[in-house]
Design a protein around this ligand. Sequence first.
Ligand code: ADP
Ligand code: GLC
Length: 477
Amino acid sequence: MTGKVLSVASECAPLLKTGGLADVVGALPGALGQQGWDMRVLMPAYRSIALPGARALWATDDLFGGPAQVLPLTVDGAQILLLDAPHLFDRPGGPYSVDGADHIDNPERFAALSWAASQIARHGLSDGWQPDILHAHDWQAGLAPAYLAYGGPTGVRSIMTIHNIAFQGIAPAAQLGALRLPAAEFHADALEYYGQISTLKAGLITADAITTVSPTYADELMRPEFGMGMEGVIAARASRLHGILNGVDTDIWNPETDPAIARPYGPRTLKRKADNRAALMQEFGLSDVTGPLAIVVSRLTDQKGIDLILAALPDFIVAGGGLAVLGTGDPALEAALARAAAQFPGRVGLHIGYDEALAHRMFAGGDAVLVPSRFEPCGLTQMYGLRYGTLPVVAATGGLADTVITANAAALDAGSATGITFHPTDALALSQALRRLAGVYADPARWAALQRQAMRQRVDWTTSSAAYATLYRTLLT
Ligand code: ADP
Ligand code: GLC
């Protein structure tokens, strides 16, 4: 049995991306399509997205303060539904903020997205398409299952997927009416969250099933140190929680065919990777790196543990290591990285910004990718690292713990190791992991064996899309 799914999110690659959420939302229609599921993605028509000249499939005169319509668009085979509501989405800045400050009407903007989703789920589109399942992603879509539940009985089932519990969609209690939420539901077992509204909690409470993007993060979410206040809500619904690991697009992330890199290579032509390394060293102005060349491609935020890299850096440099960083985010972290690049010329290179093609060149040219996250629901870059034989050095948390097999004695013996994990997430443990990395790097045969094992590891969507399909089926029977 298969059916139709409305996926609802604030970003979807390649139309708009600020992080891994967009990659996953963009990949699911194709991955689920292979399982026979017909998925459409509803997302806002931000200013940067060119509106298609198509006929509207849904319209309203008043979506939280202005007219709105839904326009269909096919991108890379995926069916996108653009929510065109100029009063909410046609404005300067990014999807969530402008000049570093959140758009002040974010609660209304994403309530509008969620409202439209719930209406489409309940009544269908004008072309006759009506989903069997409403699949909401993160706080921006959290009210979609809630509106569906509060609107009265329906055969449509709902799923709330947590990509990152740190973002909870908080709005003042006084906005309850303005957000079209029932006052009777403002209590601790429903919408109320420490005196305010949380749109994520609304979704978690009302959805028929909850998923998150790795099995380990699913377990972690029930602990105070990871649940960020939601641990009780999640534990109370533990029987409906599923950890389904993300995949990556193995066509886009394929070192044998990647058009962005200096020289394609594969597990049997690993020597060619050296040309990519040389090109990357030159691009970042690096020289004298006798040990492993580590890369970082990341949002620069506290979550990602960038400060730990800075703390571990001097020892790594002494051991011959080099570092190339691509990222953007917290100005303090950007400045600290710039200081490190100035302190270690020829050994540390930095590119502040967002650059997809450069990211590809870095995975092709690096020896190792560092992901020392304090928490990581899934993480995608460690999987790119596996694909490119760029060994992941990761904190043993969330999806990082689920995707990297650490090079301990047993795993090396069994030939199953694919990288290095460390625990706890602190500078000492990272330093020790980097020392181990340099040790393995000094043994070329062992290093190459690890690279080949990493490149063999399955990181595509096959297993995960089957798990989503099974969950969808379970909900509909
Ligand atoms: P998160 O979603 O928490 O940022 P993920 O690892 O799931 O972490 O996804 C991040 C995605 O964004 C990856 O595809 C990564 O390559 C990409 N990315 C992050 N920063 C940059 C950057 N500065 N330039 C290019 N791509 C980036
Ligand atoms: C979030 C998480 C990241 C995950 C991504 C896609 O941004 O921080 O770990 O990979 O969502 O699910």
